[in-house]
Design a protein. Structure first.
Length: 129
């Protein structure tokens, strides 16, 4: 029982960390838009860490989907590192406003993954709700 819920707890933890990281990125990005250009470098580095964290969450979502046979959370989680890599590319190409628009979308998507994991572990949910 403990080992079957471990990937779910890992997914929840990775989603929580990704949500915290992307929230920090949002604040740094908004400060950068307001003129604090010194914060753009940490914004970028946190973006790389966020990409790795979302990839880790996707791995754990894959493990959870094998236990629950539910693929929705898995496909949502897999889309996040893909969007993060696209986001990095937009930043490298200096497409500022497209980068900002995708960044806002990523904030919502990452927070959405965390919200999806708050429903409870598969074995904790008990009956079909």
């Amino acid at each position: 029982m403990t080992s079957s819920s471990s990937p779910y707890r890992n997914l929840r933890l990775a989603a929580a960390i990704a949500t915290a990281l992307i929230s920090i990125q949002l604040v740094l990005g908004l400060a950068g838009l307001a003129g604090s250009n010194g914060l753009l470098e940490p914004h970028g580095w946190i973006g790389y860490v966020t990409t790795l964290t979302t990839a880790t969450a996707a791995y754990f979502a894959w493990q959870v989907s094998g236990q629950t046979h539910s693929k929705g959370v898995f496909f949502h989680a897999v889309s996040l590192p893909v969007l993060c890599v696209l986001q990095i590319g937009l930043a490298e190409m200096d497409l500022k406003w497209v980068h900002v628009a995708l960044g806002v979308t990523l904030v919502v998507a990452v927070a959405g993954l965390f919200a999806m994991t708050r429903r409870g572990a598969p074995e904790e949910s008990g009956s079909a709700a």
